[in-house]
Design a protein around this ligand. Structure first.
Ligand code: ZN
Length: 863
């Protein structure tokens, strides 16, 4: 799954004290036959179900999962005897126990259930999705909501085959995991029945079905039929997604030794979807904005998002769907793998997008998240649905992917690929654990991958490696010391016990040669040939750690940053320097001085990283008196590149340059407060409103948001109008997202009213975070958030409510921190304890950073 809205990483784990909520484990599932009759108008459905199971021992009871369904009829056939059964429900545990009069013998049994359920509006289970024209019935089951569509053994280890039939209105069609094997009229007036081919053995959370008037664009790759489907109004905008899906499938067929394991691939977008996308077997579902784009006018970022998310969900067809984790505590391996893998096919197909550089940005983001003192370890226990849901966080995605990236570089890409394939072949159509995965890699590579993985998955946080090099006898001695990296400088001073096994890649000044070593102790010295002025410990930037250097060495390294570092290394190195000032081992001026050495930089990803901290410095570190001076520094720093790029696209220029122009333009306007660009933003916004095709899409989104900052009610009304008329999701969300940037009090209020009204889908509630995240409107946004909290909670899809507590981390001030902590503690959102602790640590680290560096910044700006 790809999360639509990730706030802060969280886990409840043991601390919630929730009871275990696992099935007793006395049956094995074989096959489900399911017939659904949805009634879209009444928002209900009827279900008929046959489950073939094997009883492990003689029993009178069978316990399975069920929620929000009403049992009508129930019987169990075992040992040649059919018996009617009674049902007792445990709503809190979402379980149903079926009891029969006479004991059933061990061996095969058939459970038959007739039941009814509701098509809910909470974006989980079997639910309703709506356009202005009509309703659709669709599903989202991961992690624990298949039980809302059919009583089931709803845990990933209970794999079975699924034969699904859907009884639907005559004019409608349906899509599911299988292919349509028959289409017959009835039962009943105006209905037809679609029967789908049974799936191979899969987990319940990967079952999917959608009912409506979807229109599909058809293609194929490697003899597998591929379709991209959408509601009819959006069907013409699926061309790029189809092309990308075909290319990605062909790439994976080469990477994996097992060819695409299902009969067809459908990719379907619909209007209401809580996550970003979901890897259901052969029926990947999507939020429209991540799939549907106008190929001619969409920005490079929109194109890239479509390809990246497709590559993620398609990677899961093997890793997750073909081989599935035994339990949710290994969801990180599933999500980390798909996140790590997704860059590969896109990089191969679109080298000009430089995904290899963005991978290193992802590692940097994960390291920042991991610097929070209360961050969870990758491996964590989870039993209840709330705890399981909380595992889908930045740790499971970004950190797990980054650790895999490091291990791949350490084992060697070819060896790593062999290990992955051996693992998939061994566990195909079954379940496996993380140990199965890394033991295989250890065996294939002959290197201690298992030991490395254990230290990175079982300990919280990430390592910080201090690098000291000295020259003697024509050789360089490199001494590495590891400690845990905390964003909070005081915590770093306290010291830490953790020891990681860290693959380090040492590269000396003036050399391209990389020496790989494994740092296994707190402090170790390695020897390199020749005398070097400096040694960088993370050559290629793929190591999951931060490294630090003394000021003199750093000065030498930054002199050579443009000449002897690759773009990936520059990205990682800048993060290292930022970290050093974050923990008080350098001044913020040292960081800005390194940026000033990089004025010739023209790789988009590197420039993005160079600009990435400027907003934070402006909003959170600079004093009110220093802000105008810092704004002037930003203008001086960025104007040369802005002038070189020009403010209009040039025919035939690389896509990277277009994206970079939009990025630089936005930073100059938002952080540099460049009056010329503020005025230019308004011009671009006006032009875009007149004719969306006349403006580069990436520029338009930024221009709309920047204009909104000082926009009045007239502009607000114009945005609403244009938004309603927008055809492509990118255009719609350019206006929609900008609503959160208006800063006049009456307009901030209006954004809340609008978001909570009927015209905004619950998946899009994120717009209210805009005013809270924006310093000028933060106070008012937070007050409105508190006042409207009951309505927000009611509107939000149930699965995401816990993430609301992440708002407590938006502040950089003790008073607001305490207020937010108190507010959320009183709400008692299930599973929110860890989120709140993370949020508190984040705010504290921000306050501390200001304390450490505000005066240094003054000094640097007045130098
Ligand atoms: Zn995923």
């Amino acid at each position: 799954m790809r999360r639509g809205l990730i706030l802060l990483g969280v886990l409840c784990g043991f601390v919630c004290g929730a009871e275990a909520q696992r099935l007793p484990g006395n049956v094995k599932t074989e096959a489900y036959e399911l017939t659904f009759t949805p009634n879209l108008e009444k928002a209900t459905f009827g279900g008929e179900e046959l489950i073939r199971v094997k009883l492990e021992k003689a029993t009178k009871t069978i316990t399975l999962n069920a929620a929000e369904v009403e049992f009508q009829e129930l019987s169990v056939t075992a040992g040649g005897t059919k018996q009617k059964g009674e049902v007792s429900l445990d709503a809190a545990k979402e379980m149903a126990t079926l009891t029969v009069g006479k004991e059933m013998p061990a061996g095969p049994a058939e459970i038959r259930i007739k039941y009814t359920g509701i098509l809910n509006d909470k974006l989980r289970g079997f639910y309703l999705s709506e356009t202005r024209k009509r309703r659709y019935a669709v599903t989202q089951f991961e992690p624990t909501d298949a039980r809302r569509a059919f009583p089931s053994f709803d845990e990933p280890a209970y794999k079975a085959t699924f034969a699904i039939s859907l009884v639907i209105d005559k004019g409608d069609t349906a899509i599911s995991n299988g292919t349509i094997v028959s289409d017959t009229p009835g039962p009943g007036e105006g209905k037809h029945t679609l029967k789908f081919s049974p799936t191979p053995k899969i987990s319940t959370y990967l079952v999917a079905m959608m009912v409506g008037d979807f229109v599909c664009r058809e293609g194929a790759a490697d003899n597998i039929p591929v379709r991209v489907c959408a509601v009819p109004e959006k069907a013409e905008l699926t061309g790029f997604a189809l092309e990308a899906a075909q290319d990605i499938l062909k790439y994976y067929d080469k990477y994996y030794s097992v060819k695409y394991p299902f009969k067809k691939l459908d990719v379907i977008a619909f209007p209401d979807f809580a996550a970003g996308a979901m890897e259901n077997v052969a029926a990947i579902t999507y939020r429209e904005t991540l799939l549907i784009i106008d190929d001619k006018t969409a920005s490079v970022d929109a194109h890239q998002a479509v390809a990246d998310v497709l590559a993620h969900e398609m990677a899961h067809q093997w890793f997750g769907d073909l081989v599935t984790m035994k339990w949710w505590d290994d969801i990180w391996l599933n999500e980390g793998f798909a996140t790590w893998m997704a860059w590969k096919p896109v990089e191969a197909h679109k080298p000009e997008w430089h995904e290899e550089q963005q991978e290193i940005q992802q590692t940097g983001g994960a390291l920042s998240n991991d610097a929070i003192a209360s961050v969870r370890a990758i491996r964590a226990n989870a039993d209840t649905p709330g705890e399981i849901q909380a595992l889908f966080d930045g740790v499971a995605y970004g950190k797990a992917a980054s650790v895999l990236r490091m291990v791949e570089a350490y084992a060697g890409p070819d060896v790593f690929q062999k290990g992955v394939n051996a693992y998939l072949e061994k566990h195909a159509y079954g379940n496996a654990t993380a140990e199965d995965f890394w033991n295989q890699l250890t065996a294939t590579s002959g290197k201690p991958v298992d030991k490395i993985m254990k230290t990175f998955t079982e300990q919280s946080g990430a390592p910080y490696v201090t690098v000291q090099s000295a020259c003697g006898g024509g050789k360089t001695q490199v001494t590495l010391t590891q400690e845990r990296y905390f964003a909070d400088a005081a915590k770093m001073k306290e010291g830490s016990k953790e020891i990681w096994q860290i693959p380090v890649s040492l590269r000396r000044a003036g050399s391209k040669e990389v020496t790989q070593k494994l740092l296994t102790e707190k402090k170790q010295t390695f020897e390199l040939p020749g005398c070097a002025a400096w040694v960088y410990a993370n050559a290629s930037g793929r190591g999951y750690f931060r490294s630090g250097y003394d000021a003199a060495t750093l000065a030498k390294m930054s002199e050579e940053i443009e000449t002897s570092f690759t773009p990936e290394e520059r990205i990682h190195f800048l993060g290292d320097v930022w970290t050093q000032q974050r923990i008080g081992r350098l001044g913020i001026g040292d960081y800005l001085a390194v940026l000033e050495k990089m004025k010739g930089e023209r790789s988009r990803a590197v420039v993005a990283v160079m600009m990435g901290r400027l907003g934070e410095i402006h909003d959170q570190i600079a004093s009110a008196e220093d802000r105008p001076k810092f704004e002037a520094w930003v203008r001086d720093f960025l104007n040369p590149i802005a002038t070189e790029l020009g403010d209009k696209p040039v025919a035939g220029e690389p896509e990277e340059r277009r994206g970079m122009r939009a990025d630089v333009f936005a930073t100059l306007a938002q952080v540099g407060r460049d009056p010329k660009l503020l005025a230019r933003s308004r011009e671009v916004a006006e032009q875009y409103m007149k004719d969306a095709n006349s403006v580069e899409a990436a520029m338009a989104g930024n221009a709309l948001a920047i204009s909104a900052l000082q926009g009045d009610a007239d502009l607000y009304a114009k945005y609403l109008d244009r938004m309603k008329a927008a055809k492509a999701p990118e255009e719609y969300y350019a206006y929609f997202g900008a609503l959160g940037s208006f800063s006049r009090p009456e307009l901030v209020k209006r954004t809340f009213e609008f978001a909570l009204g009927p015209d905004v889908k619950s998946q899009d509630l994120f717009v209210i975070f805009g005013p809270i995240g924006n310093p000028p409107t933060q106070e008012m946004g937070w007050e409105l958030f508190k006042q409207n909290f009951p309505a927000i909670l009611k509107k939000m899809d149930a699965a995401n409510t816990v993430t609301l507590a992440g708002v407590a981390g938006f502040f950089c001030d003790a008073k607001e921190r305490d207020d937010a902590q108190q507010f959320f503690a009183a709400q008692k959102l299930q599973g929110s304890e860890r989120i709140l602790r993370n949020a508190k640590d984040t705010v504290n680290a921000c306050i501390e950073l200001r304390g450490l560096q505000q005066r240094n910044l003054t000094g640097y700006l007045n130098r």
